[in-house]
Design a binder for this molecule. Sequence first.
Ligand code: DQA
Length: 144
Amino acid sequence: MENTILVLNGPNLNLLGEREPGVYGSETLAQLEQKLTELLNEKDVTLTFRQSNSEGVLIDTLHEFRHCQGIVLNAGAYTHYSIAIRDAIQAIQSPVVEVHMSNVHAREAFRHTSVIAPVCVGQIAGFGMASYELGLQAILNLSK
Ligand code: DQA
């Protein structure tokens, strides 16, 4: 588990590529995962991908990966109101980097609040798929 990084995606991110392409781009989640895998090819790290639309499954997954090198988390809309996900992040050892493809601060007011931000090591938002690459880089830098 120490050499494992989890990329965890929340609700509606399984529809990447067809969901609001003007906001989230036209690449699919499978393409994103492929790209990230290639990026870490040479590194001594195992990359694991999970996605769920369910809050409980996301919490169970955070628990399962509680002792890993780090977690790149796009909690989707749960970011803005899930105290249960926040508590799960606070309960685990693994550092969690919050990522968003869109710049949530430039969108609707309800997206400006992140209830998980205070318990994450940092937040990356607004760089499309590159937000995940930057999130991974952040985890790797933490472990140096
Ligand atoms: C998102 C932003 C959230 O506000 C939204 O609910 C999502 C995706 C992003 O990646 O930009 O589902 O997390």
